[in-house]
Design a protein around this ligand. Structure first.
Ligand code: NAP
Length: 289
């Protein structure tokens, strides 16, 4: 199967590499074209524009940072729309809001193409290991056709119905995750300031009902102030912002998520946006007690 891939950031690079490893032919494009080199060394072809990728491939995946990037790759000159048409499928795996996804879907289907939104749960390591959770919605036939690729990229795919449902599910998941990361950071700070050893707190947490891979994986690095990015904080803040907007639309009051968003915003203001989202711990620590 030949797959096009647009966007070789942390996730896109790991995912396209994984497809190559499993025998897919992959044609890549990235805004900063030099990021394609490593993929080319592993057997990928390169195309100079998104529309050149679409021209070459029946199926193309997008993995872009945010709504602005996802829209730009589709609607700008030499973008996806310039080449999409009958028999071509576009699968956007970026985390965006339902409105952005619907705009993309309408534009693609109006030109005869088919569209699936498929944001993912999981981070850099699950992307490298093919252990993502895929939250697909949109064209069911395209979903069924692309399953061989999803089976390589993820450990489980959900088909959630009409366009927008995948985006919303992803935002709910990341709203919970961002709030958990804030509660965790405050707990680490409270333990330290109470003259407890925060690493003992990690051991205690790991044995109880709120043990989870995120606390276990991020906790030790946070105590070393090591925030090497797996999920950039700027993207987590974008997801909190989009989840809060979904709350607005549905009149759902979310004071915990709103406070967490403020902490992520503060961390961005401190210049931590490109670090891992666990760097919100620095914003928590910087509060005047
Ligand atoms: P990333 O490392 O920041 O990569 C972002 C990608 O988007 C890069 O390829 C970047 O191109 C491209 N891009 C940004 N603005 C663009 C624009 N205006 N036009 C064209 N391309 C543009 O992000 P990531 O961690 O891979 O995340 C990608 C998406 O997956 C995001 O929506 C994120 O929320 C979601 N996600 C991430 C994780 C994670 O753990 N990292 C997990 C689940 C979901 P350049 O290289 O040229 O900058």
């Amino acid at each position: 199967m030949e797959i096009g891939f647009l966007g070789l950031g942390i996730m896109g690079k790991a995912m396209s590499m994984n497809l190559l490893k499993h025998g897919f032919k992959v044609t890549v494009w990235n805004r900063t074209l030099s990021k394609c080199d490593e993929l080319v060394e592993h057997g990928a072809s390169i195309a100079e524009t998104p529309s050149a990728v679409i021209n070459k491939c029946r199926f193309t995946i997008g993995m872009l940072s945010d709504p602005v990037a996802a829209l730009s790759v589709v609607f700008d000159k030499d973008g996806v729309l310039d080449a999409i048409g009958n028999g071509k499928g576009y699968i956007d795996m970026s985390t965006v809001d339902a409105e952005t996804s619907s705009k993309i879907s309408e534009a693609i289907t109006s030109k005869g193409g088919v569209f699936l939104e498929s944001p993912v749960s999981g981070s850099k390591k699950p992307a490298e290991d093919g252990q993502l959770v895929i939250l697909a919605a949109g064209d069911k036939a395209l979903y069924e056709e692309i399953i061989p690729a999803f089976d390589v990229l993820g450990k489980k795919s959900f088909y959630l119905g009409h366009v927008g449902n995948g985006a919303k599910m992803k935002l709910v998941v990341n709203m919970i995750m961002g709030s958990m990361m804030n509660a965790f950071s405050e707990g680490l700070e409270l333990a330290g300031k109470s003259e407890l050893d925060p690493s003992t707190l990690l051991d205690v947490l790991s044995l109880g009902a709120i043990a989870n891979p995120m606390f276990a994986g991020k906790g030790p690095a946070m105590l070393q102030s090591n925030y090497s990015p797996a999920f950039p904080l700027k993207h987590q803040q974008k997801d909190m912002r989009l989840a809060l907007a979904l709350g607005d639309e549905n009149s759902v009051s979310m004071p915990i998520a709103a406070a967490s968003n403020e902490a992520f915003k503060k961390a961005r203001g401190m210049g931590l946006g490109d670090l891992d989202f666990s760097a919100v711990f620095e914003a928590v620590k910087s509060r005047k007690h």
